[in-house]
Design a protein around this ligand. Structure first.
Ligand code: FAD
Length: 515
């Protein structure tokens, strides 16, 4: 055999560079479901099912297209990807192993070591799915004092001619319409008549995977009753099209809003499809831009959406490959707490946390503000170790692949990288959650109270954070207003906040405090 083309679960793209020059007579594709890989973090059943179901559908397409495939269905509990591959390298003796750059540094290392040990050359090819490359990002970032998304995003807009005039000025006169994208629903809530996201009842292949996951991962978190994710390129495209026509027009305005019992709102639900490469970001950005050009969606919505896919998505990948492997161990705020147990059960009286974690366990999904300003913010304010937060996010979501999850969690949400990604920790009190949602209406805690029996844990810990971090973060100009407000608290109030913060830390789920 000539080449063994290794395809990982997040590389389900027939046009991937690994297939360049594929010769059906001489080469074979290799894919594997590994128990160890699926349980390397305590993965949500939805995440495991999404990956296996997408892989099995892709493998059916590969076979149909005449590509000779070795596909390992889930085997014994002790089987790792590297172990499975090592065995096959021994029996097949390919001239080379070929793959597209994996989405995780650890996997790349394991692959290198496995090939080295078997003395088989490894050809790691560039990942063309993305609009930028790790090399370009490094060149852009290296030597800069700060690497803010905004400037990187503008460069990509110009380089790819997206929403720019012929002389490379931003269409609409502004690069960024974020100011128009912070709307809340007010008392009325989201329009109950709006079309919901497209869902896909499991077909036979997916049903088989759901049964397998229930059987082999019975104690893992999450429920599979509502599993309806797209697991083929065709269905992923349908999700995109429905989003563009039904929800994109209001995506921008309500991008940051949250509402009880409404897990999806105006979001696109395309991240899992994008991250396993069932969808291509060029197609996604192109569809959004077309909606603007044809008058189907306003500029603030389209720009806001393009900024996520072209801006943030490429940017976090750049940060990941630039800073790994050291990045994984960073702990800029020296946070030492463990992850509260209720992150795996959603058993808490606090509505915002119960809703955000509950839908995460049920669907493997929460939208950005729920991740950043509810579960992420609570972990940050409690002082949970960033690596523990990272492992939870990597396990919890169907769209979680390390290159995108880690910088978002450790960098953006936890300030664990000490400011590489964010210019300040994203801290806020419960008042932010109250402004952006109706969660507080049904919560026993009061976001206006930082002390006393009804205090909101976010508000208590927000002030406590500012009191505790006065020394270490006091010179961060972007926090100066917040520190000035904290300085105005009298010593009695500070002591009461500190006392309540200790109570919150001792009972992070709030089950005892609000029993
Ligand atoms: P929409 O809100 O509709 O946004 C459209 C698309 O933009 C997304 O599908 C996604 O591809 C992209 N996007 C939006 N925000 C980001 C971002 N900050 N970084 C990268 N891409 C972005 N996203 C993941 O894809 N995988 C993760 O594991 C992941 N972990 C996260 C962890 C934390 C702590 C935070 C704060 C964010 C995380 N994100 C992650 C980013 C973001 O929350 C999700 O991409 C988004 O919620 C997915 O839902 P959607 O497809 O409906 O997105």
């Amino acid at each position: 055999m000539r080449n063994l083309v290794v395809v990982f679960g997040d590389q389900l793209d027939h046009d991937a560079s690994a297939f360049d020059g594929f010769d059906a007579k001489k080469d074979r594709v290799w894919m594997a479901e590994s128990f160890k890989e699926a349980s390397h973090v305590w993965s949500n059943k939805n995440r495991i099912a999404f990956f296996f179901a997408s892989m099995r559908h892709f493998s059916e397409d590969l076979k149909a297209s005449g590509r000779n495939l070795i596909y390992h269905e889930l085997g014994k509990d002790d089987e790792s990807l590297a172990g499975l591959l090592a065995k096959d390298l021994e029996s097949l003796s390919p001239e080379a192993v070929v793959c597209t750059l994996p989405g995780e540094w650890r996997i790349l290392e394991e692959l290198r070591q496995t090939c080295d040990r078997a003395d088989v050359p490894l050809d790691v090819r560039k990942d063309r799915h993305f609009l930028d490359s790790p090399e370009n990002f490094r060149e852009w970032a290296e030597g800069k004092k700060s690497i803010r998304l905004e400037y990187y995003y503008r460069e990509l807009r110009k380089r790819h001619g997206i929403l720019v005039t012929d002389d490379l000025k931003p269409i609409g006169g502004e690069w960024n319409f974020d100011k128009e994208n912070r709307g809340a629903f007010g008392k009325a809530g989201p329009d109950p008549e709006r079309p919901g996201p497209t869902s896909f009842p499991p077909d036979k292949t997916t049903q088989g995977v759901l049964e397998l996951v229930e059987k082999r991962f019975p104690r893992h978190p999450g429920k599979l009753d509502s599993f309806a994710w797209p697991v083929t390129a065709r269905d992923a495209r349908k999700v995109l099209q429905d989003f563009i026509s039904d929800r994109l027009p209001l995506f921008g305005k309500f991008q940051d809003a949250m509402w009880t019992g409404e897990p999806f709102l105006y979001h696109s639900l395309i991240s899992s499809s994008l991250n396993v490469k069932l969808l291509n970001p060029r197609e996604v950005v192109g569809a959004a831009v077309k909606a603007y050009e044809t008058g189907a969606a306003p500029l603030n919505a389209v720009e806001g959406f393009v900024r996520q896919v072209l801006g943030w998505r490429e940017y976090v990948r750049g940060v990941y490959w630039w800073k790994m492997p050291e990045y994984l161990e960073l702990n800029g705020l020296a946070a030492g707490e463990s992850l509260p147990e209720f992150y795996w059960t959603a058993e808490t009286p606090y509505t915002c946390l119960r809703e955000s974690i509950g839908q995460t366990l049920e669907f493997g999904y929460a939208h950005h503000i729920q991740r950043l300003m509810v579960t992420g913010l609570y972990g940050l304010l409690l002082g949970v170790q960033p690596k523990a937060m990272h492992e939870w996010y990597l396990a919890a979501y169907v769209d979680a692949v390390e290159w995108v999850e880690l910088p978002n969690t450790l960098g953006m949400s936890q300030y664990g990288d000490g400011g590489i990604m964010a210019s300040k920790p994203y801290i806020a009190s419960g008042k932010y959650i109250q402004r952006m949602s109706n969660y507080c209406d049904s919560c026993p805690a009061n976001p206006s109270e930082s002390t006393g029996q009804c205090a909101c844990p976010f508000t208590t810990l927000y002030w406590d954070f500012l009191i505790q971090k006065r020394e270490s973060l006091g010179d961060n100009r972007r926090l100066s207003l917040q520190f000035r407000n904290a300085d105005r608290l009298n010593s009695g109030k500070k002591a009461a906040i500190s006392k309540r913060a200790k109570e919150v830390r001792a009972d992070p789920s709030g089950k005892g405090l609000f029993s």
